[in-house]
Design a protein. Structure first.
Lengths: 293, 163
């Protein structure tokens, strides 16, 4: 449990310097270090053996939560503690605070970042499922000066896999101004308080003026296949008014349609039960937030 | 090797360290500040190595020493004031907030940051704040009591109403 030899440690002061530093090394030899609350574990277990570590702590342009006329942009180096304490993240963005406030423990939340979490895309983590469930856009920049924007659906490819190339840096996760009457929520269940999610559910809904759901996104964490949408449940949520029976049917459809696995934390059937239980609670909260309650 | 300058407990140290050295080993092996403990072979799960980085509680096994270059670190050795143990330390003594004591430095460092941000916490908030620290003696009841007592004493001290 000690990192392998690191030959060079760099602390660039800007995105362009960070990208230039990574570009000097061949693929797989250098890595960005954000908050390090996952990456340091992987380095100590020798799963990652970087020759060069490019520490992003001084890149101020990667930090911060910006609101512009309802739109939201969260810099990749923004920490969980900063997201959890950002009280403007309510209603449509409530899931972000739900998740950030319960990642790991307060020491982890003082260091860990949203960007580090989504780029690592560990199966038992909350932020990838929340960004997917909220339909975020991931802004990436490359050393040649080019940038691209990827929808969350195209960014998360599977456990520990994303569409980010090694020579790219994640700048931010962003959302346009949400539609009126939108709400989101996230909740996880773990073996002890704030533990890694055995199962987590994120629900986002938008309601029409009649109170019926017009748009729905559901994403799950904790499954062996990685963070994933649950279209079976989304279809059933659309059109409903959020009554308990409709939510129960939607979550049952999700539990029946996704592939769950058994491990030391929970068996496959229990994971299905967790999806129904947590999912029902989360969906009810998302509807309430969409109604402004 | 990289030369770093770190302020620890108010003293500035300039040291040449291997890039892969963990902050906890820098504190213990280079600066001989062995109050910061390693309770889980650097797995990041026990919280015994918790220190303050620029005033915030972090696990020092989850950082490289080079990452602390230019920053201020406070360890448990720096927690006491000029006139001896502070209210949090006294409360742990008075409320018997420890059994074997191995986890205590990390808990003190986490809770001193916690109380600075939550001066009047409920027991539930204290327990949530302690999630990142394992007491393998399972002495949490007394630990929670000690934190609660410390919070009370600090509030009364701040308002000038000494008990």
């Amino acid at each position: 449990m000690y990192p392998s030899v690191i030959e060079e440690y760099l602390r660039p002061g800007s995105v362009s310097e960070a990208l230039a530093a990574i570009a000097r090394y061949d693929e797989g030899e250098a890595m960005f270090l954000a908050g390090g609350q996952s990456a340091m574990q992987a380095m100590k277990s020798r799963m990652l053996r970087p020759q060069c570590v490019v520490d992003l702590q001084d890149v101020a342009e990667l930090r911060g939560i910006a609101r512009d006329d309802g739109a939201l942009r969260i810099g990749a180096m923004t920490r969980y503690v900063d997201i959890a304490s950002e009280t403007t993240l309510d209603g449509a963005f409530g899931a972000l605070r739900d998740a950030a406030a319960h990642v790991g423990d307060r020491q982890v939340r003082n260091r860990g970042t949203i960007g580090g979490s989504v780029c690592w895309n560990y199966v038992a983590s909350c932020m990838p499922a929340v960004v997917l469930g909220l339909g975020g856009t991931l802004e990436l920049a490359a050393a040649d000066g080019s940038t691209r924007r990827l929808e969350a659906d195209d960014f998360f490819l599977g456990p520990l896999e994303t569409a980010r190339r090694e020579d790219e840096i994640l700048l931010a996760v962003s959302w346009p101004a949400p539609a009126a009457r939108s709400g989101s929520a996230y909740k996880k269940w773990g073996l002890v308080r704030d533990a890694l999610p055995v199962v987590g559910v994120c629900v986002t809904v938008t309601l029409g003026s009649d109170g019926n759901c017009t748009q729905a996104r559901v994403a799950l964490s904790g499954l062996a296949g990685g963070c994933q949408r649950a279209p079976a449940g989304e279809d059933l949520l659309r059109g409903c008014n959020g009554d308990a029976d409709a939510i129960e049917r939607a979550m049952a459809a999700i539990a029946d349609s996704v592939e769950t696995h058994s491990d030391m934390s929970a068996d496959a059937d229990y994971r299905r039960q967790l999806i129904r239980s947590i999912g029902g609670e989360v969906a009810a909260t998302a509807f309430a937030r969409a109604r402004g309650g | 090797m990289k030369t770093i300058t770190v302020t620890v407990n108010g003293t500035s140290y300039e040291e040449s360290v291997p890039e892969r050295m963990l902050l906890v080993d820098f504190l213990r092996d280079r600066l001989a500040l062995t109050g910061t403990h390693v309770g889980c072979t650097y797995e990041g799960v026990c919280g015994a190595c918790t220190v303050h980085l620029d005033g915030e509680a972090v696990k020092s096994c989850m950082m490289l020493a080079v990452q602390a270059d230019g920053h201020a670190v406070t360890t448990v050795e720096g927690l006491a004031g000029a006139d001896g143990p502070g209210p949090l330390q006294r409360a742990f003594s008075n409320s018997h907030g420890l059994q074997c004591g191995f986890c205590t430095p990390g808990i003190l460092m986490n809770m001193s940051d916690f109380l600075a941000r939550h001066p009047d916490p409920s027991d539930e908030e204290i327990r949530s704040g302690l999630v990142g620290n394992l007491c393998r003696c399972t002495g949490y009841v007394h630990i929670v009591r000690a934190v609660r007592e410390a919070a009370r004493e600090m509030r009364e001290g701040a308002s000038g109403v000494q008990a």
